[in-house]
Each structure stands twice: as structure tokens, then as C-alpha cells.
Design a protein around this ligand. Structure first.
Ligand code: UDP
Ligand code: MG
Length: 310
């Protein structure tokens, strides 16, 4: 009996990559003994020829190729979620269309699955070809999130991973709208290992990330997987009120010892009020971020809207 591997490919403006990706996968397929491929290309609202390329592949290989096209851009997380929901395979892998996730790693990943792992992930062993500022910020982000979150987020881990059916079913049990996959995959547990590999360049097209979207993505990770910022408000508030309390004691003691002193220090007072007010606002903002997330979940909106699929 042949087992099925579902290959999920989120695509956003990848018209050149889609056929190249399929070709590269088909080249590796014979090395996967006893495995049949099932493709799920997800067009995440690209308006170039991406959907057309998917349709072409689907007509060419209707038994194996499926596609879903979103009504607009919902983000890679939504596209991956859609693919996971559609996938029927005994094994599932999520891969970028740009071949930065090398298909030739799959045979090795399967070896580990055979050894009893439920998830074989990949991580970049270097960040070559990346702007230094971006590397630096990424590293700091992973350090921070692993300190404040109970869920381990592996530095340099890609979304490229091979999973068993029970792992996928576990991930699908989490129907939350704010999806931070790197955390979700880790949260479900199971025996997981990471294969390191050298960073590769895209075969075509450009990355859709910029510094701003990466910073936003980091916030997503922190807020979805840690309440440390909320706890910080409590601690900072406590320390400040303690300082204020000591200050009041000092003033009273000074009044008793020296008697009334002429009023000075308006500037200091003004600064203190500004400081306390600023902190207050800052942490109200932090609370607001969490409330915003809760609102997003409460609305129960779908993670994506399908325009067409086959
Ligand atoms: N992608 C997507 N929706 C988006 C942005 C990206 O489906 O809104 C896809 C993209 O087509 C690619 C993968 O996610 O297959 C990774 O994107 P990209 O190569 O831009 O990220 P990087 O490899 O630079 O981290
Ligand atoms: Mg890429």
C-alpha cells in the first residue's frame, strides 16, 4: 500500500516559482519509496499569473494537483491553515514555493519519521545573504520569546516541516484565528527534531517580508504565546508605587525633623507626573493589544475566504 504525502505550498506572487517548484518536487519524488504525492497549492490572493500556473498544473496532473485560491491576501499563516485542513495524506509537509525549502531534504526527513519522530522540522544553520540588522533583530527576538514563553520557539526554524497525520490533527484542533504556526507546532508536543541546512536564495521573485512586517510578526509571536508583557505592568506598577511610598515617608520625616520647607522642585514634580502618566498609558496600550486579540477571536471570523478551488 502506497502512503500519501500532502505537500502544502502557500503562494503569494509566485508565478515563476510554481512550475519550478512542481518540477523540483517531481524530480525528488522517485526517491520517496512507497510515497505518493498530493499537492495543495494555495493562492493567497496574488493577482499575477500564480493562479493560472496552478490551474495549468492541475489540468496537467489532475490526480495529484489541487489548488485553492483565496478571495484576497490573508497571509501565509492562513494559507498554511487552509492547506492543513484540505490535506488528506498520511504525512504532510509545508513548503515555500520559492524552493528556499529544498525538496531534496525530504528523503532524509522521512528517515527520521521512520525512526519514530512525529515531526521533522528544518532550521537554517546560518543567516548568510541576510541584512545584518535583520539577523541581529531576529536573534534578539528568539532570545526574548524563549525567555518569556513556555512554548519553545526554535531560532532559525523554518515553516518547512514533515509531519505525521496525528501531529497535523493535533495542530488542526487549534482553531484560533491569530495563528503563529512556529508556536502552534511546538505547542502540540510530540517527538520533534530539526535538521540544519544552509540558507538558499529564492529561485525567482522577491521576498514579501520587510523589516516592518517582521517586527509585526514578532509581536504576534510574543502576544500569542506569552503574557509576560501583562505581568510586567504589574511589577513595574508595584515598584513605582513602592518608590512613591518611600518618597512620602521621606517628606514626612523631613517635615518632622526640619519643619516646613519652602516649596521647590516644580520641575521634578512635573517630570514625575509625566513619567507615571506615560507608564500608565504604555501599559494600557499593552493591555489593549491583548484585548484586541481577544476581540479577534471572539468575532469567530473565518481565517480565510475561498474564491475557487479544485
Ligand atoms: N506567502 C503567502 N502569503 C503572504 C506572504 C507569503 O502565501 O502573504 C508565501 C510565499 O509565496 C512563499 C512563502 O509564503 O511561498 C514564504 O514567503 P517569502 O519567500 O516571501 O518569505 P521568506 O522565505 O523570505 O521568509
Ligand atoms: Mg522565501
Amino acid at each position: 500500500m502506497c502512503k500519501v504525502l500532502s505537500v502544502i505550498v502557500p503562494c503569494y506572487f509566485e508565478q515563476e516559482c510554481v512550475p519550478k517548484f512542481y518540477e523540483a518536487m517531481q524530480a525528488v519524488a522517485p526517491q520517496l519509496k512507497g510515497i505518493e504525492l498530493e499537492y495543495w497549492f494555495v493562492n493567497d490572493g496574488s493577482t499575477d499569473g500564480t493562479l493560472f500556473q496552478m490551474q495549468k498544473l492541475q489540468e496537467q496532473d489532475p490526480a495529484h494537483v489541487h489548488y485553492v485560491s483565496f478571495s484576497r491576501n490573508f497571509g501565509k499563516e492562513a494559507a498554511m491553515y487552509c492547506g492543513l485542513q484540505r490535506a488528506t495524506g498520511d504525512y504532510v509537509t509545508v513548503m515555500d514555493a520559492d524552493l528556499q525549502d529544498p525538496p531534496d531534504l525530504l528523503p532524509k526527513m522521512f528517515e527520521y519519521i521512520d525512526q519514530g519522530y512525529d515531526c521533522v522540522g528544518t532550521r537554517r544553520s546560518d543567516r548568510s545573504g541576510e541584512p545584518p540588522l535583520r539577523s541581529f533583530l531576529s536573534r534578539q527576538f528568539y532570545k526574548l520569546i524563549n525567555k518569556i514563553s513556555e512554548t519553545e520557539i526554535v531560532d532559525g526554524a523554518r515553516d518547512f516541516r514533515l509531519m505525521t497525520r496525528r501531529m497535523v490533527d493535533a495542530v488542526l484542533q487549534m482553531s484560533e484565528r491569530n495563528r503563529f504556526s512556529k508556536g502552534l507546532f511546538s505547542w502540540v508536543g510530540f517527538k520533534t527534531m530539526y535538521i540544519p541546512y544552509h540558507n538558499r536564495e529564492r529561485v525567482a521573485g522577491t521576498s514579501s517580508w520587510n523589516l516592518r512586517s517582521l517586527v509585526q510578526y514578532s509581536f504576534e509571536g510574543i502576544i500569542n504565546f506569552s503574557t509576560a508583557p501583562l505581568d510586567m505592568a504589574f511589577t513595574v506598577g508595584l515598584v513605582l508605587s513602592l518608590l512613591a511610598f518611600l518618597g512620602i515617608i521621606f517628606l514626612i520625616v523631613r517635615w518632622i525633623v526640619l519643619g516646613p520647607v519652602a516649596h521647590t522642585g516644580h520641575t521634578a514634580l512635573g517630570m514625575l507626573i509625566l513619567f507615571a502618566g506615560g507608564l500608565n498609558l504604555e501599559f494600557t496600550g499593552v493591555v489593549g493589544k491583548y484585548v484586541g486579540k481577544v476581540m479577534g477571536e471572539v468575532k469567530q471570523r473565518p481565517v480565510y475566504i475561498v474564491d475557487q478551488e479544485r
